[in-house]
Design a protein around this ligand. Sequence first.
Ligand code: ZN
Length: 298
Amino acid sequence: MINHPFQERDALLRMTVCGGQARVLLMRTTQMAQKAGDLHNASDVAIAAMSRLMTGTAMLGVMLKEDTANTTVIVDGGGPGGRMTCVAHGGSVKISMMNPQMELPALADGRPDVAGLIGKNGTLTVIRDYGVGEPYIGKTELISGELGEDFAAYYTSSEQTPSIVSLGAIVHEGMVLSAGGVLVQALPGCSAKTLEMLDMRAMLFSGISRDLFEDPLDELADRWFKDMDMVKLGRQPLEYRCDCSREKALRMLKTVGRQQLLEMLEEDHGAEMTCHFCHTTHTFNEDDLKALLSSGMN
Ligand SMILES: [Zn+2]
């Protein structure tokens, strides 16, 4: 039972509009943002920044059909928040940030200073790894550091797909009241007239964080797109999830090399690896390291 729209479970709503000339992804990611904020003990502005990046990365993630596919987005803008790395596997998302505790005063209009935290002198890098073959890597210069525009620029320049992206979150003293975003993307064969109409519509999404706070996804979709020959294709849950494990940590430990493993064995009598995405510490004792060294690594 939903008492208030902000308690609606995180989800993606897929639609097409204008007779299939464009697709729409509408997302609520409130709980995802809360989880990231709690895990990283983050400031309000850092939660807002992480939330926007997670929503943008999830949009790319859910577009890949393959089970083995992962999408990684790295934002490195030179700001005091430091680099952010976000990984999406379908609708499962995780994020890490260099300085998540960095706080900045809000802007004059009350919005969090996300661009100030991220910086705007840098890049947004998208890595699409299909699990087989070489990953696809696309890189664009940051435009505003607010991320919505930056994702739109990525789609337009790297993927030649005209797109509107709006991302937002309302965070108050560590509590996420709303988070999410919308992607409107031209599909092959989209007419110039439709593109123009979609562009005009972009103004409607400028306050998306407030809209998400006030209304459930279905109502927003109806309000924004019902007059555009909207077809709802389905709903999919979204969540924050880290897929790290002892086995994966062990595989990473293998890559440090024989010499360093010997040093760990002699000096520390073991090894600890802490995951940047969920802060779980995976511990390996002397016997684990000895087994690793005798397993034929070089
Ligand atoms: Zn983890």
